[in-house]
Every structure is written in structure tokens, then in C-alpha cells.
Design a protein around this ligand. Structure first.
Ligand SMILES: [Zn+2]
Length: 80
């Protein structure tokens, strides 16, 4: 059984599917028994999802961006 420190060190690689089979199985066995590392995995997964969403937001299509600009202008206007 691997230790928490090793499990946490492997989490990101695990999410990126960069672990070999043995490493992955060791980690999954640990996560099945260790609540602490399970929480860490969820945290890592959320951060990763967040980073992905942020990266995706850079590529807003022009039409969507125009709509967003209009929407923001209307919002600003409603304060006057
Ligand atoms: Zn652990």
C-alpha cells in the first residue's frame, strides 16, 4: 500500500492519465481506503475543471462575444 504522500503526488498524473497501470492501481486502492486522499482527488479534479473552463473562455466565438458585450452594456445602462 502506498502512503498518502505518494498518493497525493500521483493525483495530477492520474487525472492526466499519465500513470502506468501499476501506479494507477496502487493509487485507486489507496483512494478506496483513504478519505483524506479521496478529498484531495476531488479538489484536484475541480481545480483542473476550472482551469480547463478558463482556458476555453479565451476562445469565445465573436458572435457570443458581441452578445455578451451588448448584455454588459445593457446592464451598465440599467444603473443610470
Ligand atoms: Zn491517503
Amino acid at each position: 500500500m502506498i502512503k498518502c504522500k505518494e498518493a497525493v503526488a500521483r493525483l495530477w498524473s492520474y487525472l492526466d492519465r499519465n500513470l502506468d497501470r501499476v501506479e494507477e492501481q496502487e493509487l485507486e486502492a489507496h483512494l478506496g481506503l483513504c478519505r483524506h486522499c479521496c478529498g484531495e482527488l476531488e479538489f484536484a479534479r475541480q481545480i483542473r475543471g476550472l482551469l480547463r473552463r478558463t482556458a476555453g473562455a479565451v476562445e469565445i466565438p465573436p458572435a457570443a462575444r458581441a452578445k455578451l458585450d451588448t448584455f454588459l452594456r445593457e446592464l451598465e445602462g440599467s444603473h443610470e
